[in-house]
Design a protein around this ligand. Structure first.
Ligand code: DGL
Length: 273
């Protein structure tokens, strides 16, 4: 396939559920002309508490579905799947480029500084693999990195309980239990946590920098397509297709909050992996 034909294909974006819509939002803001197809594996969410073997199997099945639909690049808009399965996905889809969210998130945290102290909030699986620690230390060997699993924050974000006393109490307990001594950066290492950013800031204090990977991932996607000559040439707005493995109504209701735009369940196509 030549670059001109390829450029009309959509960018594929995959997450365990609706959380990756925060990344889709950033990609659409950065490149409004690109066609996008998003697959949320809502039938098997959460990935964060599953074993690496299951997560890799789920992720490769989702990638196969998107490849079958025809995509020019895959964004793994799920920290857990990026931490566990990025190498397997790259091998599976080669030579198609595959962009994960962990490395861009680490780059957003380090931003060319050295000796930073970072607290990574993520799922159990991401923390178990130390994916952010490795990515941050490869950019800044002098950094201090604490990683802490915060599974309940996924449920809070899905439920829309992102502020108020309950959300603050849970965030406070996680931050206390992390034993991170005054980090200068908190990294939201899970797609759901940007929805809780204000509450995390309230609890952690204004002196802490809170970063997520959405913006830097969009920049990597753009640079990757520029290098391959596969950016869509037209200025017309790109199309958006939404696929899910279960629960179109819930996907539309909860996903709308992550995307920052109302979604209709009729626009969510259910697929089997
Ligand atoms: N998308 C996942 C992540 O970013 C969070 C939800 C899950 O555990 O599947 O790690």
């Amino acid at each position: 396939m030549n670059a001109a034909t390829n450029s009309e294909l959509p960018v594929g974006i995959f997450d365990s559920g609706v959380g990756g819509l925060t990344v889709l939002h950033a990609i659409r803001e950065a490149m409004p002309g690109e066609h996008l197809v998003y697959l949320g594996d809502t039938a098997r969410l959460p990935y964060g508490t599953k074993s690496p073997l299951s997560i890799e199997r789920y992720a490769t099945q989702a990638a196969a579905k998107l490849r079958e639909r025809g995509i020019k690049l895959l964004v793994v808009a799920c920290n857990t799947a990026s931490a566990v399965a990025l190498d397997a996905l790259r091998e599976q889809l080669a030579p198609m480029p595959v962009v994960g969210v962990v490395e861009p998130g680490a780059a957003a945290a380090v931003q060319g500084r050295t000796g930073g102290s970072h607290l990574v909030l993520a799922t159990e699986a991401t923390v178990r693999l130390g994916a952010y620690r490795s990515a941050i230390l490869s950019l800044d060997p002098d950094a201090e990195v604490t990683e802490h699993a915060c599974e309940l924050l996924v449920a809070l974000a899905e439920e829309g309980w992102v502020d108020g006393a309950i959300a603050r109490g849970i965030v406070r307990r996680y931050l206390d239990e992390s034993h991170a001594a005054s980090p200068d950066t908190i990294i939201l290492g899970c797609t759901h946590f940007p929805l809780l950013a204000d509450t995390i800031r309230e609890v952690a204090g204004d002196q802490v920098r809170i970063v997520d990977s959405a913006g830097t991932t969009a920049a990597v996607v753009r640079a990757t397509m520029d290098a391959a000559g596969t950016r869509r040439a037209s200025d017309d707005p790109g199309t958006l297709r939404l696929l899910a493995t279960d629960g179109a109504r819930r996907f539309a209701r909860v996903g709308g909050r992550f995307l920052g735009q109302d979604l209709r369940h009729e626009d969510v196509e259910l697929v089997d992996l």
